[in-house]
Design a protein around this ligand. Sequence first.
Ligand SMILES: Cc1cc2nc3c(=O)[nH]c(=O)nc-3n(C[C@H](O)[C@H](O)[C@H](O)COP(=O)(O)OP(=O)(O)OC[C@H]3O[C@@H](n4cnc5c(N)ncnc54)[C@H](O)[C@@H]3O)c2cc1C
Length: 383
Amino acid sequence: MDLTFSAEDLAFRDEVRTWLRANVPAEPLPSLETETGFAAHRQWEKTLHAAGFSVVSWPVEFGGRDVSLVQWLLFEEEYYAAGAPGRVGQNGIFLLAPTLFEHGTAEQRERFLPRMASGEDVWAQAWSEPEAGSDLAGIRSRARRVPGGWRLSGQKTWSSRAAFADWAFGLFRSDPDAERHRGLTYFLFPLDAAGVTVRPIGRIDGKPAFAEIFLNDVFVPDSDVLGEVGEGWRVAMSTTGSERGLSLRSPGRFLAAAQRLVESWNGAAQLQDRVVDAWIGASAYRLATFETVTKVLAGSPVGPESSMNKVFWSELDIALHEAAMDLLGPDAELTAGSPAAPDGGAWPDGYLFALAGPIYAGTNEIQRNVIAERVLGLPREPR
Ligand SMILES: Cc1cc2nc3c(=O)[nH]c(=O)nc-3n(C[C@H](O)[C@H](O)[C@H](O)COP(=O)(O)OP(=O)(O)OC[C@H]3O[C@@H](n4cnc5c(N)ncnc54)[C@H](O)[C@@H]3O)c2cc1C
């Protein structure tokens, strides 16, 4: 693992730190899972973009700064340490964009990436269906060939922020006769297209952005197919690697929360070990991420080891937040807006979000199957 930072890395980190210090809103923005919060966070995406900090690792032509993976990790550490707003554009920026870079056409990259970088288009992930979450290859929403494109029909569910987003990316069964993994195609579609109905569904915190999406004969032109027709599974697998591995939950988030936990510690002896464990866990995750980056820079793919990251960060997030809830007592339950809320009410929101960690991005039971079969080489689960 390479932990040496060049003078250029450190200069970039200083630039980011200085900018964030001057620009992060003094008061936290309203939750990005609400209509007003979503709009405020979209505006923040535009501010980041105008300063060149929206997608630092992307090529300059698409709105990035072309910085190295190491500098990107340093950026994320500074971002979370500064308490900067959550990224409403994250599904597009961290999940779809790597897939567009790998499988998209030049025309698609030009059409979608700059608008994603600037916050003009916010994307939702439309993968899960009522009968197909863990068993993603079991999806039933279908795509029917028509002149110039396709007609999409079916139902997607559990789509984060789809109630307010502009576009969605999802898998559809384009060949009902092909073997399960073979007959899928990856489509991009606008959420205001004729035939699309978006219906909010309740989340544990009651915020209204989570949604199910109904598609009734929605026309999508050929130019909005991502990758080859029938190759949707392969294309989707490049997205899941990004989701579970490096990008979705950068170590900066856990380091910043662990640091807040340490600062909240009041000397309570019975909680000392849990506070220390949370801090060690966040630091270990940081080192593991730098190890992965070193591997990637040496030319290796992230691989199925990303499933180990996913189990680790999701369990760490819960342990860290439970330690904070126990440490701070009833005050920890005060939400943003309550004058006595510790850390501006960050803990209850963080705790409720942490509880979803073992479910989204592929449940931890499924990740353990992947680790057993593809990392440890144990016999395959009977299917
Ligand atoms: C907060 C949140 C945000 C989400 N955001 C999105 C989003 O933006 N877009 C999107 O498409 N989806 C999203 N999801 C959906 C998420 O990806 C699915 O909930 C997840 O993949 C599990 O699928 P499921 O809910 O259908 O559960 P099921 O697949 O029905 O699983 C139920 C339980 O059975 C277990 N199980 C199933 N199969 C096996 C097996 N073979 N071996 C062992 N255990 C098994 C699972 O681990 C789980 O514990 C989100 C979910 C949450 C909670």
